[in-house]
Design a protein around this ligand. Sequence first.
Ligand SMILES: Nc1nc2c(ncn2[C@@H]2O[C@H](COP(=O)(O)OP(=O)(O)OP(=O)(O)O)[C@@H](O)[C@H]2O)c(=O)[nH]1
Ligand SMILES: [Mg+2]
Length: 456
Amino acid sequence: MATSNWYTGKMVGSATDTICAVASGQGPAGIAVVRISGSQAFDICDRVLRHSRICKSYKGFSLHRAELTEGGEVVDDVLVSVFHAPRSFTGEDTVEISCHGGYIPAAKTISALLSAGCRTAEPGEFSRRAFFNGKLDLSEAEGISDLINAPTDKAYRSARGQSSGHLSRHIRGLRDRLLSVLARIEATIDFPEDVGEIDISACFTELSEVQVELDKLHRSSDRGILLRQGAQVVLVGKPNVGKSSLMNALLHNDRAIVSDIPGTTRDTIEEMIDIGGVAVRLWDTAGLRSTADPVEAIGVERSRLAIESADLVLFVRDASALPIDEDYELNDLVSQDRILEVWNKCDLGEYGKLRVSAANGTGIAELEHAIKVRLLGTESDQREQSVYLAHVYQKTATRSAITALKNAKETLNLNLPIDLVSVDLQLGLTALGEITGQTTPEDVISEIFSKFCIGK
Ligand SMILES: Nc1nc2c(ncn2[C@@H]2O[C@H](COP(=O)(O)OP(=O)(O)OP(=O)(O)O)[C@@H](O)[C@H]2O)c(=O)[nH]1
Ligand SMILES: [Mg+2]
């Protein structure tokens, strides 16, 4: 059924097809859930299921036993959940078949459904249908996707807020406030005799208040993006200062080789670790020094590359050695705000501020806390905002809305024609609508949903 899709204009399956996909994970498990959505969902399921009644006659949100058949042969005992449009995730008639888990039962269920008239769902197609049927907005859909992919509990809780509409409601509230100012301005333009003089200062105050909220959101975005995506933290320093030992101490695991021979680590090693709720990809690197050894030189080059892409560089120094100016090329590779200086071997000497001992564990908890603060800000920074932006396009849209509001306020201040303010406000409204999806072009929407997983 390769026709032009009304969502995208691309030659893919039609939006009116009935679609199916495994909605649970792949691999051995107790059960797998296959989701079927579309106007033919009930009829198609009746063709592959042996059960006492037909799907359409079941009440919404009810569960029924059935036998699944393929080519007339019973291949599994299943449970069937029925949802009538519009009271389903997609807003369409939907059936969820719980078959036995594992690859074969789910594949047989899909194969039977395809023979009976279903099409395989594209990635994110269930969510895309839910969006176009008004069941959820873009930020809620993104929240569900983020929740499924959340790398840590903290990221999960943040995504959960977004999936249940916190961000949507916040943005819609701000849009409504802008709309009310716009309505006042338009009324002044269209019906000057009826509405009289506009209260400029009231409009100005309203716009300022909305801008304060948007500034807060914008400030939250780096934190939100980091929580969702995780951060790259790289251990860097001279040979033998204890980078690998520190890696092991942070991982609570003897992952990296440690020795008293300078130049032990030659290749970069990476491991995932949860530090204060952030999924950190922690890198151990070869010590930075000029070397004649060609293998070590490759390692040093890899260290440089890791530093360049790092969110945070842990610059490891030796607390037992007289501090010398060691920041050589580090400052050329990374800005100061991405460097955290750590003084290791504090059991042997007293130099440095953030002092740790990878050997006996002193200061490791404090180091974890310092990493967390550098990545996410302080507790009070985090408390400032309960609603997060977690995507770059949301941050960009918020920035545009802030610029539009600033321009609108300036126009009001300068007493320029009021219809200029109306243009700025429209731009602000469009920008905010890109977060909820109200003003997002269809091709962008499709692009966003295509990154979701199959069955979602
Ligand atoms: N006393 C003491 N010794 C330490 C500490 N941390 C590391 N060491 C010792 O310092 C030596 C070097 O440690 P590594 O972790 O291999 O150092 P590195 O920075 O990874 O060295 P390269 O891989 O060669 O660049 C080893 O003998 C460690 O046992 C510490 O906190 N206290
Ligand atoms: Mg090492």
